[in-house]
Design a protein around this ligand. Structure first.
Ligand SMILES: [Zn+2]
Ligand SMILES: [Zn+2]
Length: 130
């Protein structure tokens, strides 16, 4: 079982530890949404995922049609993504998970959007898009 929360802990969720993918995404949207040089995400099955606290203060932003990015309206943390195009999947933010999850990202995606000043210093596979 994975547990995660926003920074202020008002929103909490749990998810099955049966993860589908974990990766660093260098796309421009992830950079802007996270305010970082890339975003690190974890895909899990929607079955087994549950928001256990803070549903009432969650807000959502549709970054692309059908793709809702859910945030804490108190602290501003981006907590997960639901996408109409992949209704059986929830995309979590690796940084929101309670430490000790044991997940290690395995790919870099969207190298075509990567900041030129940022140098990747690991040997993980890289893709120009997703
Ligand atoms: Zn919060
Ligand atoms: Zn991205």
């Amino acid at each position: 079982m994975l547990n995660g929360s926003c920074h202020c802990k008002a929103i909490k969720y749990e998810a099955s530890a049966d993860i589908l993918a974990a990766y660093h995404c260098h796309c421009r949207t992830c950079r802007e949404i996270h305010g970082t040089v890339y975003g690190t995400s974890v895909m899990v099955h929607k079955e087994g995922f549950e928001v256990t606290a803070g549903r009432d203060i969650m807000s959502a932003y549709e970054s692309t049609p059908g793709k809702k990015r859910c945030f804490c309206s108190k602290c501003g943390s981006h907590v997960f993504v639901i996408n109409q195009a992949m209704p059986e999947i929830v995309v979590l933010r690796l940084g929101n998970l309670t430490p000790g999850h044991g997940i290690t990202p395995t790919h870099h995606f969207w190298l075509s959007h990567k900041e030129p000043w940022y140098e990747i210093r690991d040997d993980l596979p890289q893709s120009q898009e997703m």
